[in-house]
Design a protein. Sequence first.
Length: 219
Amino acid sequence: MGKTAIILGATGLTGNILLKKLIADKNYSCIKLFSRNKVDLNSEKIQEFLIDVLQLDQHSKDFIADEVFCCVGTTAAKTKDKNSYKAIDYGIPVNAAKLAKKNGIKTFVVISSMGADAKSAIFYNRTKGEMEHAILQQNIKNTIILRPSLIGGNRNENRVGERIGKGMMTILNPFLIGGFKKYKMIDPEKIASCMMLLANKPNNKSIFSSDEIQEIATT
């Protein structure tokens, strides 16, 4: 029997790509999705739990798997209230990690962000850094934190600022070399591939920068 994976954020850009990859991978026989909305995919591997993900701890009995992939995140433009923002970007991943620890799940993979720093004066970076710290404190055996730069691809949302940024980065990408490679815009396909590869490859490292994600996904 194959492995069971949990995805949080499967309706998002990277999470949906990851879901398709897991469906196609014969090593996985069950993929549990915890979300408010259904995904637009049909597979006998999928088990959907339509819940309020802010109340994830109420679904502990269903939160059983070999691996957890957390692709949850919002933006300051979409969620202007800082308390609501933190409840999503900090609360959901940290509660998921606590449940994973409680239920003996040995692999936890989460998408953070370049610039994450618990001591940052910037609220977004500080929230991501605090989230990383809280997750690492759970001491899950195989904890993987990815820090991608600006994520490329097309979302189903109208994010004007992000669209402008992507246009600029498309022009700048070829010139970002050496120590600046970590600032290159990264394809969500590469992030999803890296998540799967690292989940299935024990390592002694927990935090991966954007250029490392790109390198791992292309090897």
